[in-house]
Design a binder for this molecule. Structure first.
Ligand code: DGJ
Length: 466
């Protein structure tokens, strides 16, 4: 009776205030848990991002996920100007990208280290054995710089060997006209083989350019870029797809070649505009079920198109979807992890580097969502310029789930044959940077992270195939 006039508690129930207290405690615990979860998944894409959360628990990967910072100092601006001139037209501040594109930059040796630092896997490198040094000259087993630009990787189960195919660009760089892009005549598609992804044997030019016949797609005056090779289990053939163009990039077609052997020779079959659309940068992706897809930049590079190939991989079918419409992306590199499809693309700035983006989808045919810039470490400029490189392919690492090698080209437009390879570890895991609007801030996709390293190696004990 004594509490007849007591004010009712917020939680009015027969169990009295004891229940109210425990309900409050549990609510608080729930709220804190939710808050914690939200803070984990809604981290921003700022550059001061929290990396700890993404760290893998696998000791094998810990080293690859270490965040390495780079401190590159811009040299003082050259040339004195009178205070008057400076007032009239203030000088645009030089960026690291300007320095990168300037052949005479004092920083040239940072972007394109000289031959003295070349990696020669045939030498006894002691502790440096098996280390990738992104950006340094990489020599083949004969001591020559590897020529496999805009490349791809094929793991051939039959020979248990990796084959690296790419543009063989060991010729002079020139401009076919004043405003034209820097180019090297078509020499052909180079092929290198390896058992360990580090030591590469030159297998020669497996699809040569054409010296004399000017009407041939592969005539040296044309363009052959981004060759991609897949194996067709049903026909037993190795099939190569590539970007075929004229010197002005107006033909905008794909070419197809075929071989009985991974080391060629490949017979060139034909070129066409896939689905009757212009096609420039492209890639081929072979899914686990054996269906292969072509993905190409189209409508003047404003969007990508994706569609399955025929069963023999020698043609496109009439199925095609437009993806990443109006996003102006190129250099697509696709891979799959735990049933989700991922793609890394670049922006469209010729040979100059720009920001990479990762995309994800439940089906190769889309829809594709952009999940953010995958680059981690280095410095802000390096991340915004894909470490001064442009993606070309993603190599899965069997035995290391969620781990891949991101293969990219650091183009050298002043001397394209001296373009470098940027191979970096790429990990899928943790929440994506850009939460989608309609999912209440909880991203559906995992984050794709490409970690900058001056030097790195595959984990000790990792052997090529498991
Ligand atoms: C960017 C493309 O990704 C390269 O393959 C090449 O076509 C250059 N553009 C040419 O400027």
């Amino acid at each position: 009776m004594g509490n007849r006039y007591r004010k009712p508690t917020t939680f009015r129930c027969n169990a009295g205030s004891r229940f109210s207290k425990s309900a409050m405690v549990w609510s608080l615990v729930g709220f804190l848990l939710l808050l914690h979860l939200y803070s984990l998944v809604s981290r921003t894409n700022g550059f001061g991002r929290e990396i700890r959360f993404r760290k893998s628990h696998s000791p094998l990967l810990r080293e690859l996920e270490e965040v390495e910072e780079e401190n590159i100092q811009l040299p003082p601006q050259r040339g004195r100007r009178s205070p008057r001139a400076a007032k009239r037209r203030p000088r645009r501040t030089t960026t690291l990208i300007d320095e990168f594109l300037d052949e005479n930059s004092q920083l040239r040796h940072i972007f394109f280290p000289g031959m003295k630092t070349a990696i020669d896997p045939m030498k006894n490198l002691g502790n440096d054995s098996f280390y990738y040094h992104p950006g340094r000259v990489w020599l083949d087993t004969e001591g020559n710089p590897i020529q496999a630009h805009g490349g791809c990787m094929l793991y051939d189960k039959r020979s248990e060997t990796y084959y690296w195919y790419g543009e063989y660009k060991d010729g002079p760089t020139y401009h076919s006209h004043k405003k034209g892009a820097a180019r090297v005549d078509i020499i052909g598609v180079g092929c290198y083989s390896s058992k360990d992804l580090w030591k590469w044997k030159n297998e020669g030019i497996v699809l040569p350019g054409e010296e004399t016949n000017e009407t041939h797609d592969l005539h040296k005056s044309n363009v052959l870029e981004r060759p991609k090779v897949i194996y067709n289990e049903k026909t037993g053939k190795y099939v190569m797809w590539m970007h075929i163009d004229d010197a002005n990039y107006t033909k905008a077609a794909v070419g197809v070649a075929i071989s009985n052997d991974p080391t060629g020779p490949f017979d060139y079959l034909y070129s066409k505009r896939p689905h009757r659309f212009d096609s420039r940068d492209m890639t081929i992706f072979k899914d686990d079920d054996g269906v292969a897809y072509i993905i190409y930049s189209s409508e003047d590079n404003s969007e990508l198109h994706v569609g399955p190939l025929t069963e023999d991989y020698l043609d496109v079918t009439n199925i095609m979807r437009r993806i990443l419409i109006n996003q102006h992306r190129e250099a697509p590199a696709l891979f799959k992890y735990q049933g989700t499809y991922y793609m890394i693309t670049s922006g469209c700035t010729g040979w100059a580097p720009n920001e990479a983006l990762a995309h994800a989808a439940e089906s190769v045919m889309g829809p594709w969502e952009t999940v953010g810039n995958p680059c981690i470490g280095g410095n802000k400029m390096l991340r915004l310029a894909t470490f001064f490189a442009q993606g070309t392919y993603v190599i899965p690492l069997p035995g290391l789930p969620g781990s891949f090698i991101f293969m990219a080209d650091r183009w050298n437009p002043a001397d394209l044959r001296d373009s470098r390879y940027i191979w970096l570890p790429m990990i899928v895991g943790g929440p994506a940077d850009r939460p989608l609007e309609y999912n209440f801030g909880f991203p559906l996709w995992s984050r794709v992270s490409i970690y900058w390293h001056r030097k790195w190696r595959l984990p000790l004990g990792w052997s090529v195939q498991k």
